[in-house]
Write a protein that binds this ligand. Structure first.
Ligand SMILES: Cc1cc2nc3c(=O)[nH]c(=O)nc-3n(C[C@H](O)[C@H](O)[C@H](O)COP(=O)(O)OP(=O)(O)OC[C@H]3O[C@@H](n4cnc5c(N)ncnc54)[C@H](O)[C@@H]3O)c2cc1C
Length: 399
């Protein structure tokens, strides 16, 4: 079939959609567009630096561009110069797989105080996202709010020694920042009970294997066999890490030198002193796309839909890991193929003929090769973080 499809977002959802489309219909022109000069979304900028096995999915995604014929159009933010309507006119179908990049706020009084940091802002700084802000000041007693895997990823990285980060792709700046932290205690606060916390048991086992931590639990799971209860008895490192379940954040105040987090617990209101608060309670849509309008268009009945589709975190909110993105993308690809009505007059990627700064997959492969070649002995890559450097091919060719 000779149709033109644009996918906005080169994260797992966009890549898996391209993969499934091209597997069933190799003749399609599939353009995967990303605002960043680098592909793979949160695989590069979210999945933990010390989880290189998970990041290995990028090698599978690369084959979509090197073997299946998809095109990568990087450094092209849709919603700025190029509008959603421009894309709809140029392509037979447009898939929005643009993820969620804003930190969800706590929604309690004081959640905008200095010292309250979103998990996305922190991980973007740690993983050297081109749009990252400066490193936050965490102080000696940070509190992490949230008990999902993102919260546990952050906790683990904060607790690891430099030796335990060997083999990761954490850059020299983030590594030095982590090594300079002097925590007396880290507290993890969650609304749910210990039994219904969203972290995966594997993540807790990994945490318990660290030499540094001494885990304890307030309001533990009464089932003595839970993985966290086992971890409490097996850890005795120098850094106290306290999990406080059934503690609903109610307000934040700044008094004296630090923050005070008030929480509602089954035993009444309690106050937790915090040098900083890292909120890891999810993400919202942020940026140049009108998500609500796009989802409305995507949900219109066949025919009226205007060939707009949405998938992944952009569609569902920040839930689901990479395997779920794959499942959803495969089902979506079938639907798109059954509804496609190619129009030879659509211009496809010629829409971008006048955009001088778009980068292609060859360009990414040069960045990738340079990053791997520049890696110090205890790292698997050294990321290039500044957008200007990511965009400068001459710099890449000189390397
Ligand atoms: C900190 C963290 C750790 C995680 N760890 C794991 C893990 O270990 N294992 C696991 O399975 N899952 C993990 N996940 C979940 C996993 O990352 C998500 O399931 C997955 O990335 C969602 O894919 P997506 O393609 O929908 O969104 P994303 O990965 O966010 O990709 C969206 C892409 O769209 C691009 N984009 C956004 N707006 C525009 C625009 N206007 N124009 C063009 N492009 C745009 C972005 O630059 C981005 O590249 C983690 C998530 C986080 C936040």
């Amino acid at each position: 079939m000779n149709a033109k499809i644009a996918i906005v977002g080169a994260g797992p959802s966009g890549c898996y959609t391209a993969q499934a489309l091209l597997k069933c219909a190799p003749g399609l022109e599939v353009d995967v567009i990303d605002a960043q000069p680098t592909p793979f979304g949160l695989v590069r900028y979210g999945v933990a630096a010390d989880h290189q096995g998970t990041k290995g999915v990028a090698r599978q995604f690369a084959r979509i561009f090197t073997r299946q014929g998809a095109r990568f159009l990087g450094n092209l933010s849709i919603g700025d110069e190029t509008t959603v309507e421009d894309l709809r006119q140029a392509y037979d179908a447009v898939v929005f797989a643009a993820g969620m990049s804003g930190d969800r706020r706590l929604g309690i009084p004081g959640d905008d105080l200095a010292g309250v940091i979103g998990s996305g802002a922190l991980t973007r700084a740690l993983y050297e996202h081109p749009d990252a802000g400066p490193f936050p000041v965490l102080g000696d007693t940070p509190v992490i709010i949230g008990t999902g895997n993102v919260a546990i990823d952050i906790l683990r990285l904060l607790a690891k020694t430099p030796e335990e980060l060997r083999g990761s792709d954490l850059g020299p700046g983030p590594s030095a920042w982590l090594a300079a932290q002097r925590f007396r205690k880290i507290t993890v606060v969650g609304r749910s009970s210990a039994a219904s916390a969203r972290f995966s048991p594997v993540m807790i086992k990994e945490l318990a294997d660290l030499a540094t931590v001494d885990l304890s639990v307030v309001f533990p799971d009464p089932d003595g066999a839970s993985v966290l209860n086992t971890a409490v008895t097996s850890t005795s490192g120098p850094l106290p890490v306290e999990f406080r379940f059934e503690s609903r954040p109610a307000a934040l105040e700044k008094t004296g030198g630090g923050l005070h987090l008030q929480v509602e617990t089954p035993q009444g209101r309690d106050t937790i002193a915090a040098s900083s608060v890292i909120s890891a309670i999810g993400f919202t849509s942020k940026g140049t796309l009108d998500r609500d309008a796009i989802l409305r268009a995507a949900d219109e009945p066949d025919g009226a839909r205007g060939r707009v589709y949405a998938t992944g975190w952009f569609r569902n909110g920040p839930v689901g890991a990479i395997p779920q993105c794959r499942e959803e993308a495969q089902a979506l690809a079938q639907r798109i193929l059954s509804e496609l009505q190619p129009d030879p007059d659509r211009v496809g990627r010629q829409l971008f003929a006048q955009h001088p700064d778009i980068v292609d997959f060859d360009h990414w492969q040069q960045i990738d090769a340079q990053e791997v070649a520049a890696a110090p002995a205890d790292r698997c890559r050294q990321k290039i973080s500044r957008r200007e450097e990511l965009l400068r091919p001459s710099n890449l060719q000189d390397a």
